[in-house]
Design a protein around this ligand. Structure first.
Ligand SMILES: C[S@@+](CC[C@H](N)C(=O)[O-])C[C@H]1O[C@@H](n2cnc3c(N)ncnc32)[C@H](O)[C@@H]1O
Length: 298
């Protein structure tokens, strides 16, 4: 069912977490400082937390520069983005003309309007680039796609006020997260079988070594008393990486495309890993213990 509350994700994003957000919020710590989301994508959890008034300060980031620029443009120039989108026609020739233009040569609002338009009118809302980094998704077959949703774009802009938006790889979160903060990691999922290759969101993909590096970042954050929550597929490799007393592994069911062209859907088990206990009383005991360590010596 479509969630019409605002602000909500303004892009369709592969691996978007809209259907898992309730499971995720249920597993969050009762209290946390700053919120960090280093694999932002469509930002389903960020927007849900904002709607619930649970964010004090947020730092959101992603490796995809066009995506990050789109968030920055909506934060800083939402009227210009809306102005452009409202004039874009839903038309195949216009789509291919806009697609062929180089976003790097555009002003920020136009780059964002192009990204939103191509995402909402292109085939299946895919983000795919060729070896040269050029967006190469064909025109989609939507009757009346909503690419200029003024109410939501304005609400998104308001939610992004004061938010730090960064283009960086996930490990840089180590430079920003402090004790008591919450980091939510939603990396490209590890493939369930050797034949599935759906991890290539970015020209570089996300390798098994990247998954290992991510686990090491989670461990390091734990040592610094930072709360970590991570979602991933239930691939054996992921279960093995997080099988340690540092982590709690939970299972949830998600409705996902189960073949490569996305036509067959089915229930799949996915994992939500945390580095803190899920039970609230246990969380409070942990907080007290940490507070007593932090108390100044008389
Ligand atoms: C599963 S998607 C996130 C989906 C998001 N949670 C949502 O609700 O839409 C993974 C994201 O990780 C980004 N990404 C891939 N490799 C990365 C890296 N090394 N560091 C940071 N982000 C990366 C991709 O650009 C993509 O947006």
């Amino acid at each position: 069912m479509r969630d019409n509350s605002v602000p909500r994700p303004f892009l369709k994003w592969a691996g978007g977490k809209t259907q898992l957000v309730d499971e995720l919020t249920r597993r969050m710590p009762a209290y946390f400082g700053n919120y960090h989301e280093p694999f932002l994508g469509g930002g389903a959890l960020f927007f849900k937390l904002y709607r619930e008034g649970r964010i004090r300060h947020a730092v959101i980031s992603d490796l995809n520069a066009e995506l990050v620029d789109t968030y920055i443009a909506i934060r800083d120039h939402v009227d210009d983005v809306i102005g452009l989108l409202s004039k874009f026609p839903h038309d195949k020739d216009f789509y291919y003309r806009l697609r062929s233009q180089d976003p790097a040569k555009m002003e920020l609002p136009k780059r964002a309007a192009r990204m939103i338009y191509l995402n909402k009118t292109g085939y299946n809302g895919l983000y795919r680039v060729n070896r040269q980094g050029e967006f190469n998704v064909p025109f989609g077959s939507y009757k009346s796609p909503q690419y200029c949703d003024t109410e939501n774009l304005r609400a998104v802009s308001k939610a992004l006020r004061g938010v730090e938006i960064i283009c960086a790889s996930f490990e840089t979160v180590l430079e920003r997260a402090n004790a008591g903060d919450l980091v939510y990691f939603d990396p490209p999922y590890a493939p369930l079988s050797r034949t599935s290759n759906f991890t290539s969101y970015h020209a570089n993909g996300f390798s098994a070594q990247d998954q290992e590096k991510l686990r090491d970042v989670c461990k390091e954050l734990g040592k610094r008393n930072v709360n970590v929550m991570l979602s991933n597929s239930s691939a054996e490799m992921i279960r093995a990486l997080y099988a340690s007393p540092h982590f709690v592994i939970g299972e949830v069911q998600a409705n996902r495309a189960i073949n490569c062209n996305g036509q067959r859907r089915g229930k799949l088990i996915e994992l939500i890993v945390t580095n803190y206990p899920l039970e609230q009383r246990a969380q409070l005991r942990l907080l007290e213990k940490r507070a007593s360590f932090a108390a100044p010596v008389a």
